[in-house]
Design a protein around this ligand. Structure first.
Ligand SMILES: Nc1nc2c(c(=O)[nH]1)N[C@H]1C(S)=C(S)[C@@H](COP(=O)(O)OP(=O)(O)OC[C@H]3O[C@@H](n4cnc5c(=O)[nH]c(N)nc54)[C@H](O)[C@@H]3O)O[C@H]1N2
Ligand SMILES: Nc1nc2c(c(=O)[nH]1)N[C@H]1C(S)=C(S)[C@@H](COP(=O)(O)OP(=O)(O)OC[C@H]3O[C@@H](n4cnc5c(=O)[nH]c(N)nc54)[C@H](O)[C@@H]3O)O[C@H]1N2
Ligand code: SF4
Ligand SMILES: [Mo]
Length: 728
């Protein structure tokens, strides 16, 4: 019987029916003995880090008789403060999921055949060495989810002479990061717990989960703080809010400019902070007169009186007031104006004088880990620029060299510039825009090696697939992700033995390096690397393994002497931008595309996370997917009035089309969404036939998103999508 189909009633029925045919007493005795023995068996306890999403929460895993028993949140972990989310629970199932890859695979005539690790390494090394000879090191790349072991992947690329290391940043956060970096020098955090007024623009920590943030928002609210959520959609976080402002998508910049206008016009800003800690206020003052609230009201559809009131409330609560630093939803990598929006956000916060202040925006303390060198010398940095244009003068001037523009890989492959690549813990065929183009690009590669735990869309088209051990089966590079007001270091460590012929990511990188002839840079294992990196912190690896996370000093202090900007101050006006011919203070910029207001079928397509799924990687979890079905979550949100205008009823099937894609989905008619847009949950639309639970269920926004590169940062502009929706 399928475990998923067992209900309490049919379980009892089965047991009772079965009992009739058994020797009752002996079987019951046997069961009792088993239950007793099971209850008596000791649970072993291993602290580690959850890999269910990029939050990397601290957890404690429990094992009984060699099998995973349960996990709990690690109360010491700053990022999740002792709790875990449904994805983290559901993802555990993947340890025993039959869809897991059980050995290295090689694609022969379109089908995968198991091979040994040695054969896989040898064949990959042979092909890479040929490509290096004929096309040079710049033709090879590595792309991954930015994990803790990315350092070793970077080392491998540098050892081979290639600058081409990529993360998924260009489809997630690069515009937001650039906005903050060009204004205050680094990406800050939010001191939510101590704030009295929290304004969140297009960030949904209760759905695009960040457990620490949700807990801290609740703590603040318990102390009387007010929460305002600005989102075209009534999100899970809006449920917690005192006020929800359904803004017209793509126009948050107008709202922020008007808030700045009010702060300056009414003299509400922190004058001492502005005089001492910022540069360029005069230029802002001169230009901001163009953006009064009455203008913004017409653009963003939040009333002028609300904008004025909210700004006054923020000013009254300052400096214990903040506008959330943002993540992906509103301006991470979404619109043509996302960089300007992030700049305006950073400036609006600065005018509140809340930079590195209690209850405001603060710079988290991160542990300074040690280096592998000099014991293990690092390879030289490659001298050539990146083919994607990051770090190259004249191309994406604000692009992130460290992240690269990963969604340019298919274009570079189609142009014949990239020839071979390793894709690790990353599924660009499903998570990059415009899959037809992505598939064509990745298929053009002479060699694609995927390192995954299942046959994702990307692994399905790879030449070779190397199976990584499930996260609970492996020890990984130490991490500083959980840092906050105090620096923390944490470790992902092995909880159960690998079930199949799989290996940890760092070991795969080291073994690949040895076969590729650059082993001299990898004369260490993860244990030694972790020890070297922990050394300056004054804690031992044994202590860290015992606790899972450790505080390592460095207490946060309010205020700052110098920021990491050229002037050392908040750059309200930015000369670096001026030199690049960009506006030195933020100016209004229209989104790239907008729905046709005269066409009842025309909408902007938005998308986002649901609390029970991570990107496109958990849709194949039977338990999580059963929740999606049970609560009818795989639907397109549409404003009720607009739906009725199209002759739709809640739950009807619609056909949705954009310039690049089309598909069918059921609608959810609701008053909780701005009329100009529809919203698609982003966790579905799996097309790898190997992922049977998820295959062909729901749609992905990427199917509708053209291949864009924002001209400044190079991000994917993932909400610049106009779709036509009609009854199917
Ligand atoms: N459950 C879950 N949690 C996750 C993840 C996951 O996959 N699943 N992934 C993690 C990762 S990598 C990320 S980047 C974060 C993302 O975290 P978030 O950025 O919070 O997530 P999103 O759902 O992309 O977007 C948040 C909100 O932005 C709104 N929005 C869209 N367009 C606009 C706009 O133009 N203006 C405004 N004001 N709002 C807009 C959406 O309606 C949505 O409610 O989540 C992290 N946590
Ligand atoms: N369709 C869709 N596209 C998206 C998003 C979305 O929500 N939906 N969100 C956008 C955002 S915010 C981001 S950050 C990116 C994220 O996009 P990606 O970085 O591609 O992340 P995931 O979809 O989480 O997939 C990661 C891949 O890693 C594999 N994996 C999981 N665990 C392990 C492991 O332990 N080891 C290895 N080697 N592999 C593992 C999964 O099977 C999956 O194939 O996508 C962006 N694009
Ligand atoms: S938010 Fe959930 S899935 Fe993500 S790391 Fe934490 S417990 Fe795991
Ligand atoms: Mo992300």
């Amino acid at each position: 019987m399928n475990l998923m189909n067992i209900t309490r009633r049919n379980f009892l029925k089965t047991v009772v029916a079965g009992l009739g045919t058994l020797s009752l007493t002996s079987e019951l005795l046997h069961f009792k003995k088993w239950a007793h023995a099971s209850a008596e068996t000791a649970l072993s306890r291993v602290p580690t880090i959850c890999n269910g999403c990029g939050n990397r929460c601290g957890i404690i895993a429990y094992v009984k008789n060699g099998r995973l028993w349960k996990i709990e949140g690690n109360p010491e972990a700053n990022g999740n403060l002792g709790v875990i989310c449904p994805k983290g629970h559901g993802y555990l199932y993947d340890l025993y999921n039959p869809a897991r890859i059980k050995s290295p695979l090689k694609r022969v005539n379109g089908r995968f055949e198991p091979i040994t690790w040695e054969q896989a390494y040898k064949e990959i090394a042979q092909k890479i060495n040929l490509i290096l000879l004929s096309h040079g090191p710049q033709s090879i790349f590595w792309a991954n989810y930015p994990q803790t072991n990315h350092l070793y992947a970077l080392r491998l690329m540098h050892a081979l002479g290639s600058p081409h290391y990529f993360t998924h940043g260009s489809t997630c956060y690069t515009a937001r990061n650039a906005g903050w970096v060009y204004t205050v020098g680094e990406l800050p955090s939010n001191d939510l717990a101590n704030s009295q007024l929290i304004v969140i623009i297009g960030r949904n920590p209760a759905g695009g989960i960040d457990l620490g943030q949700v807990k801290r928002i609740v703590q603040a609210k318990e102390k009387g703080a007010k929460l305002v959520v600005v989102d075209p959609r009534h999100s899970e976080t809006a449920i917690l809010a005192d006020e929800w402002l359904p803004i017209k998508p793509g126009t948050d910049l107008a709202l922020l400019l008007a808030m700045i206008n009010v702060m300056i016009k009414e003299g509400l800003y922190d004058k001492k902070f502005v005089a001492e800690k910022t540069v360029g206020f005069d230029q802002l003052e001169e230009q901001i007169v163009n953006y009064p609230p009455e203008w913004a009201e017409k653009v963003c559809e939040i009333s002028a009186s609300t904008i004025v009131r909210l700004t006054r409330e923020l000013a009254k609560a300052k400096p214990k007031a903040l506008i959330h630093r943002g993540y992906h939803g509103a301006f991470g990598a979404q619109y043509l104006n996302s960089f300007q929006t992030a700049r305006a956000l950073a400036i609006a916060n600065s005018l509140l004088g809340n930079i590195n202040r209690e209850g405001g925006i603060y710079f988290p303390k991160t542990a300074l880990l040690g280096e592998l060198q000099p014991k293990h010398p690092a390879p030289e940095l490659p001298q050539m620029g990146k083919l994607d244009g990051t770090g190259v003068p004249g191309r994406y001037p604000l692009g992130s060299y460290g992240d690269g523009i990963a969604h340019a890989i298919p274009e570079l492959a189609l142009r014949g510039e990239l020839k071979a690549g390793f894709v690790y813990h990353y599924n660009p065929l499903r998570t990059n825009p415009n899959p037809k183009r992505v598939i064509a690009g990745y298929q053009k590669l002479e060699l694609l090696v995927a390192i995954d735990t299942v046959l994702s869309e990307t692994a399905s088209v790879a030449h070779d697939v190397l199976p990584e051990s499930f996260y609970l089966e492996r020890t990984e590079a130490i991490d500083t992700k959980h840092s906050g007001k105090r620096a923390q270091v944490s470790i992902q460590q092995q909880v159960v033995k690998p079930l199949f012929d799989t290996k940890p990511g760092t070991q795969i990188i080291i073994e690949l390096a040895k076969h590729l002839g650059v082993g001299k840079y990898f004369d260490f294992d993860i244990e030694e690397a972790n020890r070297l990196r922990l050394k300056p912190l004054g804690v031992t690896l044994e202590q860290l393994k015992e606790k899972g996370v450790l505080f390592v000093g460095y207490k946060w202090k309010e205020g700052f002497d110098r920021l990491n900007t050229p002037s050392g101050k908040v750059e309200i006006s930015c000369q670096r931008l001026e030199r690049l011919d960009f506006p030195s203070v933020p100016q209004w910029q229209e989104p790239l595309v907008s729905p046709d207001p005269n066409d009842p079928h025309s909408f902007r397509l938005l998308h986002g996370k649901q609390a029970i799924h991570t990107h496109a990687m958990t849709a194949n979890q039977p338990i999580l997917m059963s929740i999606s079905h049970r609560y009818d979550m795989i639907r397109l949100w549409m404003n009720r009035g607009r739906g009725i205008q199209l002759g739709l009823k809640d739950g009807d099937w619609v056909q949705m089309e954009s310039l690049v894609g089309k598909g069918r989905i059921r609608v959810r008619l609701t008053d909780g969404i701005h009329p100009s847009c529809v919203w698609l949950p982003s966790g579905y639309g799996i097309f790898s036939k190997h992922l049977k639970t998820a295959y062909d269920i729901g749609l992905s926004y990427n199917d509708f998103l053209p291949t864009y590169f924002d001209p400044t940062v190079g991000h994917a502009m993932a909400s610049e999508i106009v779709v036509k929706v009609m009854k199917a």
